[in-house]
Unconditional design. Structure first.
Length: 577
């Protein structure tokens, strides 16, 4: 790999931190303080700092002409000459960024000489030793570091070892180092702690199966709550939900008042489709922002709207002692989910947490668009783009385009997206948004161009394949081509309701109505929305299953009386009441 590519950002970073002018001042200050030193000592210190300054200046000239390895040697020489640990720190960091591990060791050891308590210096030295496959030296470095603050009979000793080894590049050497640590100190470790620490290391290295095995061993050996929780998390991550549930319940026997554990148990119950048990558990917990929000979310997912709204009412009226961090934001989110858009707007406007403020503004813009207040929403998005404190500009363009498209102004959305696409021509999100808007505006050529561009960049993009297939079958007579695209999308994502709907629709257009019904019913099971209902009604009507079509039409118009696509379909079929 071209070292230039790796080094240049690091070089600029160290040049900013150790700019010659600033460094001169720092070195000059070090040279003149000399607290408690004699005249001879101060002179030696001053000479060393002056020499360090010359090495820094030489290094910067070498960086300017692309001699990066030589520059690093000069920086190392500066660190050795200077008595300032800050310079050693910066050089250690630079060597690590370059992945020059021998240099990183040299710099880190100089840093440790100047500041023995600098944990980061010890970290780099250990990581470098492991990455160089220097097992014995790595063991010595890690034990000398860990022994400074704890002993091997402490869980902290083993967990810090595991986390640090997990940060290395050489998995095999990292495991070998851990095994030697176990041989040397394992007998002193608390029950189950070695297995627990090894599980952390294996998980970080991506060996999920062995990590779970060791986590279960630790949990069974010690029965400690933290070991049980870790094993439960890994079991859930491996879709072993029954085991995860058992472990969470075992942990709760010793921590009955731990709400976070109860929430984890409720989530596993939900994933097991044991919804009533999950809801019952959540209702039994003390009412606070988090428990009520979680309960509300679950009820929304179960389509129990009235109960979810009642939970939201309780949440908005919670007394201050029961409100947790982010309470107002969570109230606003749940208000959106229960269909209280005006209330959600009010609560989002009350958010003052800097970490949530920008997101709250984005949500306000989305709601304003949904309420048809396009001008207000666009003004808010323009304000966010101008600030762009958190790199949200792309999101604001996408939201504004969708706002226009969903309010019957797709051509404006197409025009709007020209600017961000000029700045970000490879953005699949922007291309997809413009394709949808173009299709809505009847510009099939542009929609196809953008979707094929996405497919060219990401051949496995099922969403783009499906969108192109649906557009071609809905707005052209290229049904066989559309069928192949949708079939490929379905192979990539066989349970996606939107793709199942597209397959049903293209089969209908190909004259295969009975087959189409099966796909449309599956789509409706996965996502009951009015467009899928309209498609199924039309196909049933076309193949003569009139009674089924009529029953579904009655239910659809009752549930979605304002949906334009549904109303247009029913009116065309003569089924609009």
């Amino acid at each position: 790999m071209d070292k230039r590519v790796i080094f240049l950002p690091a070089a600029r970073q160290i040049k900013r931190a150790l700019a010659v002018g600033g460094l001169c001042l720092m070195l000059g200050a070090c040279a003149t303080t000399g607290q408690g030193e004699g005249e001879e000592g101060r002179a030696e210190t001053g000479q060393g700092q002056s020499e360090a300054m010359l090495h820094i200046a030489t290094a910067e000239r070498l960086v300017d002409v692309g001699e990066y390895e030589s520059a690093l040697e000069e920086y190392l020489a500066a660190a050795n000459k200077s008595s300032d640990p800050e310079i050693a720190r910066m050089v250690t960091r630079l060597a690590g960024q370059l992945e020059n591990w021998p240099a990183a060791i040299t710099a880190a050891e100089r840093w440790i000489e100047l500041d023995e308590d600098a944990d980061s210096a010890h970290h780099v030295r250990i990581i470098a030793r492991v990455n160089l496959a220097q097992t014995e030296q790595a063991v010595d470095a890690i034990t000398s570091w860990l022994d400074r603050e704890a002993s091997a009979d402490s869980p902290r000793w083993w967990r810090r070892a595991a986390m640090l080894l997990a940060a290395t590049r050489d998995d095999e050497t990292a495991r070998a180092v851990f095994e030697q640590l176990v041989e040397q100190r394992g007998e002193a470790a608390p029950a189950g702690e070695v297995a627990h620490a090894e599980s952390i290391l294996l998980w970080r290295q991506g060996d999920r199966a062995r990590s779970l095995e060791r986590a279960l061993q630790a949990a069974n050996t010690s029965g400690q709550v933290d070991h049980l929780i870790w094993a439960a998390q890994l079991a859930a991550d491996s879709d072993d939900l029954e085991r995860a549930l058992s472990l969470y319940r075992q942990a709760r026997e010793d921590s009955a008042d731990d709400v976070s554990l109860a929430l984890s148990e409720a989530e596993v119950l939900r994933q097991l489709d044991r919804d009533e048990e999950s809801i019952e558990l959540l209702r039994s917990l003390p009412a606070d922002s988090e428990t009520l929000y979680t309960l509300g979310i679950y009820l929304v997912q179960l389509d129990r709207e009235a109960e979810a709204e009642a939970v939201w009412q309780r949440m908005r009226e919670l007394p201050e002692p029961n409100r947790r961090d982010g309470h107002v934001f969570l109230v606003a989110q749940l208000a959106e989910l229960v269909g209280r858009d005006e209330a959600a707007l009010e609560f989002y406007e009350l958010v003052d947490d800097p970490a949530r403020l920008q997101e709250a503004k984005l949500r306000r813009a989305v709601i304003l668009g949904r309420l048809g207040r396009i001008s207000d929403g666009r003004s808010l998005l323009a304000e966010l783009r101008e600030d762009d404190e958190e790199g949200l500009a792309l999101d604001t363009w996408l939201i504004e385009a969708e706002m226009l498209r969903s309010n019957g102004r797709p051509a404006e959305a197409v025009s709007l997206l020209a600017k961000p696409l000029a700045d970000n021509p490879g953005s699949t999100d922007l291309l997809y948004a413009r394709a949808l808007s173009a299709a809505s505006a009847g510009n099939v050529d542009l929609a196809e161009q953008d979707l094929r561009r996405i497919i060219q960049m990401e051949g496995g993009n099922a969403m783009a394949l499906n969108a192109l297939g649906y557009t071609l079958t809905d707005q052209t007579d290229r049904h066989q081509e559309a069928y192949r695209l949708i079939q490929r999308a379905l192979e990539l994502d066989p349970d996606d309701p939107a793709t199942l709907d597209s397959m049903g629709w293209v089969l209908y257009r190909l004259g295969r109505g009975e087959e189409a019904v099966d796909y449309l019913r599956r789509a409706l099971e996965g996502d009951e929305n009015p467009e899928i209902m309209a498609h199924l009604i039309e196909v049933l009507d076309h193949i003569g299953r009139n009674e089924e079509a009529g029953e579904l039409a009655a239910r659809a118009i009752s549930d979605y009386p304002e949906d334009e696509y549904l109303r247009e379909t029913l009116e065309r079929l003569g089924r609009l009441p």
